[in-house]
Design a protein around this ligand. Structure first.
Ligand code: PAF
Length: 285
C-alpha cells in the first residue's frame, strides 16, 4: 500500500492502476473501526483497486466542535488498511487540500437543511466541498459511504448528481449499511469519547429507536413515539437530544406518521463529550 499526501503523486500513482479495472474510493476521517473496514471490503468486491482517504476536514467542524479532539491515529489506520489490501492511502495535509488563498465552497440546499444541518450550521457545506474535491482528486468509478450518516449520504448524492459527478461520467455512489456493536450501538469514531458508564448507557439510543419504530409501524403518529424516545434516552443518562425525527428515506421530507414510501427515523443525541447520531428504516404502511 502506498501512503501519499501530495496530489501530483496521487495522480501519477493512480493513472496506470486505472487500466486494471474499476477504482473505488472510501472517504474517511480516520480513527478507523469495523464500520470503515466493511466499506473497504464492499469496495474490494466491486473494484480492482481501492483508495481510502483519511482527512480530518476542518471545514466541516463548527467553531465550538471537536476538531482538535477528533482522534488521529494515522499509523494504526495505515496498518489496518494495508491488512485489507488497500492500494492507496490518500492522506493529504490541510495545506495540500486547502492551499493558501483557497476560496471555493460547495453548498447543497434542501436535503442539507434541518437535522444535522440545523444543529451544525455550515457542516454540510464542509462535507460537500471536501467530497467534491476528493472526487476530482481520485476520479473513482465508485465511492462508498456509511449509511450511519444518512443525511450526509443524501447531501453527497444530490451534490454528485447536480455537479455531474455521477455515472456515466464518473462516480457511482453506494451507501453501506451501518455496522453495530453486539449490543446495537452504531459504530462511530466518536464512541471513543465515551467513559465506560456512558458507553453502557449509550445502548439506550438504538433500543429507544427500535421501540419508537415499532409504535410508528403499528400506525401511531410519530410525535408521541418520538417524545417517548427522547424521555427514555434522557432517563438513561443522555444530556440532550438534538433531534429525533421521522423523515422520508429519500427526500428527507418530514413525515407525521409512517406513509406509503419508506421512512427513516433519524436521531442525534449528546452523552458526555460525544454527540451520537443514528438512523433506522421505518417500513411503509
Ligand atoms: O463521514 C465522514 O467521515 C466525513 O464526513 C467524510 C465523508 C469523509 C468527509 O470528510
Amino acid at each position: 500500500m502506498q501512503t501519499l499526501n501530495q496530489l501530483s503523486a496521487l495522480r501519477d500513482y493512480l493513472s496506470p492502476l486505472r487500466q486494471d479495472g474499476a477504482l473505488a474510493l472510501v472517504p474517511t476521517m480516520g480513527a478507523l473501526h469495523e464500520g470503515h473496514l466493511s466499506l473497504v471490503r464492499e469496495a474490494h468486491a466491486r473494484a480492482a483497486h481501492v483508495v481510502v482517504s483519511i482527512f480530518v476536514n476542518p471545514r466541516q467542524f463548527g467553531a465550538n466542535e471537536d476538531l482538535d479532539a477528533y482522534p488521529r491515529q494515522l499509523a494504526r489506520d495505515a496498518a489496518l488498511l494495508a491488512g485489507e489490501g488497500v492500494s492507496v492511502l490518500w492522506a493529504p495535509t490541510a495545506e495540500a487540500m486547502y492551499p493558501s488563498g483557497y476560496a471555493t465552497n460547495v453548498s447543497v440546499s434542501g436535503v442539507s437543511e434541518g437535522l444535522c444541518g440545523g444543529a451544525r450550521p455550515g457542516h454540510f457545506d464542509g462535507v460537500a466541498t471536501v467530497v467534491a474535491k476528493l472526487f476530482n482528486q481520485v476520479q473513482p468509478d465508485i465511492a462508498l459511504f456509511g449509511e450511519k450518516d444518512w443525511q450526509q449520504l443524501a447531501v453527497i448524492r444530490r451534490m454528485a448528481r447536480d455537479l455531474d459527478f455521477t455515472r456515466p461520467h464518473v462516480t457511482a455512489i453506494l451507501g453501506v449499511e451501518t455496522m453495530r456493536e453486539p449490543d446495537g450501538l452504531a459504530m462511530s469514531s466518536r464512541n471513543a469519547y465515551l467513559t465506560a458508564s456512558q458507553r453502557a448507557a449509550a445502548v439506550a439510543l438504538p433500543r429507544a429507536m427500535r421501540q419508537a419504530i415499532a409504535r410508528i409501524e403499528d400506525g401511531e403518529p410519530a410525535a408521541p413515539a418520538l417524545a417517548e424516545l427522547e424521555s427514555a434516552v434522557i432517563s438513561a443518562g443522555f444530556a440532550s437530544v438534538d433531534y429525533a425525527e421521522l423523515r422520508d428515506a429519500d427526500t428527507l421530507a418530514p413525515m407525521p406518521a409512517a406513509g406509503s414510501t419508506p421512512g427513516r427515523l433519524i436521531v442525534a443525541a449528546r452523552i458526555g463529550k460525544a454527540r451520537l447520531i443514528d438512523n433506522m428504516a421505518v417500513a411503509p404502511v
